[in-house]
Design a protein around this ligand. Structure first.
Ligand code: SF4
Length: 209
């Protein structure tokens, strides 16, 4: 049998590959909450996305994320109908949006994030992502949960209003028009495409997490 480490790494690498090589016509929820130019550069340089989807920090974050998700699911199952990893698809303005909500209950979407710092929480892109899921799943609210991994484990929660259909439509149009690029001032600093991007901005703002 292969080592446990080998199995875990191969699992996440193949998951990242599937994500990178996905149908070009489909847009992920995460792409709607980040720089629209990335969506087009991903099509041009798909393998660069692996850098974004897979490194040791992200691997640790994924393991913690899935662990917390499973524990919450077990706890919530006793009290109400809860589902995890709920796929959702909707066509908006001719664009097929695809996403997978972490946990969905009868009255909320729960979006989990791991972070190493509590600075500037909750982040605007994460709030937007949670709000989109509340819209797509027609839930009255989203709860954004941060699992803070520094010297001690801390868990913080923020309630987020659903995005309106008009706001979702605007995000889709921004993606189509590749603007605003970047969506947030810090994005270019962390972007795998920055060396090839014609519109990158040099700013020392951030960090994101
Ligand atoms: S370098 Fe900046 S503008 Fe270009 S794709 Fe990345 S985030 Fe967007």
């Amino acid at each position: 049998m292969r080592s446990v480490m080998d199995l875990i790494i191969n699992y996440y690498v193949s998951e990242s590959l599937n994500r990178v090589l996905k149908d070009k016509e489909v847009v992920y929820v995460t792409e709607l909450v980040s720089c629209p130019m990335k969506h087009y550069l991903r099509e041009r340089y798909p393998t660069l996305m692996l850098q974004l989807n897979f490194n040791e920090k992200i691997l640790l974050g994924k393991l913690v994320h899935e662990g917390v998700e499973s524990v919450l699911y077990k706890i919530m199952q006793f009290g109400e109908d809860a589902e995890i990893e709920v796929p959702v698809t909707r066509e908006v303005n001719g664009v097929v949006i695809n996403g997978r909500a972490d946990i969905v209950t009868s009255n909320a979407v729960i979006e989990l994030k791991t972070t190493r710092s509590t600075k500037d929480l909750p982040h605007e892109n994460h709030k937007l992502q949670a709000a989109i899921y509340a819209n797509l799943l027609r839930k009255p609210k989203a709860i954004l949960v941060y699992i803070v991994l520094n010297n001690e484990v801390n868990i913080l929660e923020y309630e987020v209003e659903p995005l309106s259909d008009e706001q979702l439509s605007k995000l889709v149009d921004e993606l189509k028009h590749k603007s605003p690029a970047p969506r947030f001032p810090w994005e270019c600093n962390y972007c795998v495409f920055k060396q090839f991007c014609p519109v990158r901005v040099n700013k020392n703002e951030g960090p994101r997490t």
